[in-house]
Ligand binder design. Structure first.
Ligand code: GUN
Ligand code: FE
Length: 417
């Protein structure tokens, strides 16, 4: 079916660049963008959904978050990362051994993602196989697309949250077997981080990733105590990234969250391998990690996108993650001199840079299935002349789920009438 969606279109074809089409049109055929037009074509006989003076933005891609930490969201931020994992994150994740609990919590999480316009994710589950399937099911049912990983952790966990190496291998294979039934959510291999996985497990996962062409997600250089720990565990490695590289886990489309302490060498290794660095500004501050050198990564050609990292991060809505990225970049500007991010840059990082992971083009690209949100910003301030870039900036700082009146994911409308 062909149709037209009309409104004030703003997309981000490149870092810091906006394309603004007041009263513009997206021509869709079966959910695929066929044309992007400045005006409604005269005499067009297609059905038109006219969003009037609302903004039509790209939907959001959350490239790093932990589904089973959703119950922790907004609480327990009183200790730094490694203590936080042991004291709060591990016990919280352990509850997802219970399928009834998992079903209930994951339905809430999926609904909140949709309400806030996040249509693509790269997400950690817990180590539980059934729980991970339930997470995938909840996301798929709600209309969220992307990758979810059953976590692997066979050391340094807790009595309530750890596998043996054999269990971890066996359950990973069993989990993968059950993933065929999902169409919009795919599996991604997920060694939690180097301290959580024995060399044997890392090597096995690297081989599996190679054999089956699976992507990999993990954490990298988030915290100084973690870095010291990784050096002790892998004295043969000069830098953290090598602990993944030596087992075949460092490759095209590997997702590495944080990269706060990645130096020039590590950043070059990211760029050369086409590894995605996910910047999680709220988590960087909440668990006192430090603020990732996003500007430097961008200048050096590293692929960077944004993540909420709930529940180290306290904001699930990506609009809020974008404003946090701008705000924390100013802290880096004040402390390290790196040029801060603009709102337009944050919008690019929260949309196009993430959507690329899934093979999408830049901005609203012809040939892509539509991922979009409609923002009614009429209640965000007095009416009056305001250019579209300023309205986008205001939406990033001020819009909540109430202002997101429609959401399109993979060509289908999943929120709004
Ligand atoms: N490193 C290993 N696991 C985690 C986690 O759950 N959250 C964060 N922020 N960092 C991690
Ligand atoms: Fe994380």
């Amino acid at each position: 079916m062909k149709e037209i969606i009309r409104g004030n279109i703003i997309d981000a074809p490149a870092l810091g660049e906006l394309r603004c089409l007041p009263g513009g049109c997206l021509v869709l055929e079966d959910g695929v963008i066929r044309e992007v037009l400045e005006t409604l074509p005269e005499g067009a006989e297609l059905p038109v959904t006219d969003y009037g003076d609302c903004l039509i933005l790209q939907s959001f891609a959350d490239m790093h978050l932990h589904g089973p930490q959703y119950p922790l969201l907004g609480t327990c931020m009183d200790v730094p990362l490694l203590e936080w994992l042991n004291r709060y994150a591990f016990p919280t994740e352990s509850r997802f051994a219970d399928p009834d609990y998992a079903r209930e919590v994951y339905a809430m999480l999926a609904a909140e993602l949709v309400a806030n316009g996040t249509t693509r994710v790269v997400m950690f589950s817990s180590l539980h196989t059934e729980g991970t399937w339930l997470l995938m099911e909840a996301l798929e049912r709600a209309g969220v697309t992307g990758y979810v990983g059953k976590v692997n952790m066979d050391r340094n966990g807790s009595p309530v949250l750890q596998e043996t190496t054999e269990q971890s291998k066996r359950e990973t294979l069993r989990w993968l077997e059950g993933c065929g039934r999902f169409s919009r959510i795919r599996p991604i291999l997920t060694p939690r981080f180097t301290p959580s996985c024995t060399d044997e497990l890392m090597a096995w996962l690297g081989e599996l990733a190679g054999e089956r062409g699976l992507y990999v997600q993990s954490h990298l250089s988030e915290n100084t105590n973690e870095l010291a720990w990784v050096s002790q565990l892998h004295p043969d490695c000069q830098r953290y990234w090598e602990t993944y590289a030596k087992y075949g886990l460092w490759k095209d489309h590997t997702v590495m969250a944080h990269c706060v302490y990645s130096d020039g060498t590590e950043r070059r290794a990211m760029r050369d391998a086409n590894v995605l660095a996910v910047h999680c500004p709220d988590s960087n501050t909440n668990v006192c990690s430090g603020i990732a050198p996003v500007r430097r990564m961008l200048e050096e050609g590293v692929w960077v996108a944004l993540g909420s990292d709930i529940a180290g991060g306290d904001h699930l809505p990506m609009l809020e993650v974008m404003s946090s990225a701008v705000r924390t970049s100013k802290v880096r500007y004040m402390t390290a001199g790196d040029a801060p991010l603009s709102a337009a840059e944050a919008y690019y990082l929260g949309t196009t840079a993430g959507h690329r992971y899934f093979g999408a083009g830049d901005g609203f690209a012809v040939g892509d299935r539509l991922h979009a949100v409609v923002v009614d910003d009429s209640t965000l301030g007095p009416k009056g002349e305001m250019e579209l870039p300023l309205r986008l900036e205001r939406a990033i700082y001020r819009a909540k789920r109430e202002q997101i009146t429609a959401v399109y994911s993979d060509g289908r409308k999943i929120k709004g009438r």
